[in-house]
Design a protein around this ligand. Structure first.
Ligand SMILES: N[C@@H](CCC(=O)N[C@@H](CS)C(=O)NCC(=O)O)C(=O)O
Length: 402
């Protein structure tokens, strides 16, 4: 691994590890797994290898009708949901796809490991230039895509809407109903209680120690992935390549500052103090605020009333992320963990609570949220194991120093 490992020192639990040395002693010669099984559209880049993941567009779409069930929609070619089992917006899309029974017959799930930067592989960026998950690719003429061109959706909200509308073409409240839009705007507000930020929001040095090291490692892997894509792009002569090069370069700069943030050895550093300040606002003000407003807006028992709709999958995934971030454990403590972490006597409202209890007992909930990390190839034992081994190493260092 390259990046800034040579200079990197990590302080945690009273110990200091020269990180590069630890990586070397662990024998972690990390090899990036090639991003497998992507089928880039032929109109994007003919030079990228096509795989046999999708079959050709010969399947005919069964005629739509109100009584159809997911199993009667069998098609010869499946759509692919590129997603990461631990990412909140991937999970929202997976939750809908499991719940509406698209998986496994109509949708195949393909992991994109965000921990090691697979979202920045050139082949994935050709599919989703935002470098985010989820992405849904539905081949032409398949159950989810009657058109003659490949359908690529790069936003979880759009994906969930498509899955809901397709499963219930009649009889469900339109996903763009004003109330649904209001609730979604709250849950997806990057300046509100962004669920992507909440699991990365330590308020104190103690909380920082739980996640800082792991996030540092993640961003180092991502930097390696970005740099490798930049090298690949150097050999590509195409109009889109220049724009992508600029995008990757910008990401490298942003990611570098995240490496610094999460591996900063000085607990009094300004970046750390500011992180704690932002995190306290997130947990203490924005999160309870969002929960109160959702409580006011939603009808109950589901967001829009008696029927489970697209927005409920987003709220389910959002709540699960809050619970996870409150206790670093999926659904182990439920909403009480969130209340405790917010503090000040804060209570989750009864409508939100009922929705949470209803959602978490659905079989699709366990299928979506009961997953563990798929181990990255080349890092035996995964990132948790890396952390454990680093801890053992540091313990060893401490005792040998005593
Ligand atoms: N608006 C997009 C946002 C997707 C998004 O931000 N996904 C995050 C994971 S929850 C991601 O892919 N992050 C990877 C990165 O930014 O490198 C959606 O809802 O699908």
């Amino acid at each position: 691994m390259r990046c800034s490992l040579a200079a990197l020192r990590v302080t945690a639990n009273n110990w200091e590890v020269r990180y590069s040395e630890s990586i070397r002693r662990l024998g972690l010669s990390f090899k990036f797994p090639a991003f497998r099984s992507l089928t880039p559209a032929s109109h994007r880049n003919a030079s990228l290898p096509r795989t046999s993941f999708h079959t050709s567009a010969s399947a005919s779409l069964p005629s739509p009708g109100p009584q159809r069930t997911m199993s009667s929609l069998a098609s010869s070619s499946k759509a692919v949901l590129y997603s990461f089992p631990l990412s909140v917006w991937s999970r929202a899309a997976r939750f809908a796809a499991y719940d509406l029974e698209y998986i496994p017959d109509l949708i195949e799930v393909q992991d994109v490991n965000l921990d090691i930067g697979e979202q920045y592989a050139l082949s994935y960026l050709r599919l989703n230039p935002n470098g985010t998950v989820p992405t849904l690719v539905a081949p032409p003429g398949s159950a989810l895509n009657p058109s003659s061109r490949e359908l690529v959706l790069t936003d979880s909200e759009t994906i969930i809407d498509l899955l809901s509308l397709h499963a219930h073409p009649l009889g469900r409240t339109a996903p763009d109903a004003p109330l649904a839009a209001q609730i979604l705007a709250l849950l997806r507000d990057p300046n509100g209680a962004d669920p992507r930020a909440i699991a990365r929001a330590p308020r104190s040095e103690d909380e920082f120690r739980h996640i800082g090291l792991k996030l540092g490692v993640v961003h180092i892997y991502r930097q390696d992935a970005l740099e490798s894509t930049l090298r690949e792009l150097a050999g590509v002569q195409a109009p889109w390549a220049e724009e992508m090069r600029r995008w990757v370069q910008k990401k490298i700069v942003q990611n570098q500052s995240l490496i610094q943030l999460w591996t900063e050895p000085n607990a009094d550093a300004t970046s750390r103090v500011e992180l704690f300040k932002r995190s306290r606002i997130l947990w203490g003000v924005r999160l309870p605020d969002t929960l109160r407003r959702v409580e006011e807006l939603m009808v109950g028992p589901f967001c829009l009333g008696e029927e489970l709709c697209a927005v409920d999958y987003t709220l389910g995934a959002w709540l699960e992320r809050m619970v996870y971030a409150a206790g670093y454990r999926v659904a182990a403590h439920g909403l009480e963990a969130v209340e405790q972490k917010v503090g000040g006597g804060f209570k989750v409202g009864p409508k939100v609570r009922t929705l949470w209890e209803t959602m978490r007992v659905r079989p699709s909930f366990e299928l979506t949220f009961g997953v563990t990390t798929r181990l990255p190839e080349g890092v035996e034992g995964g990132l948790d194991a890396v952390e454990r081994q680093l801890q053992q190493l540091s313990d060893g260092m401490i005792s040998s120093n005593m």
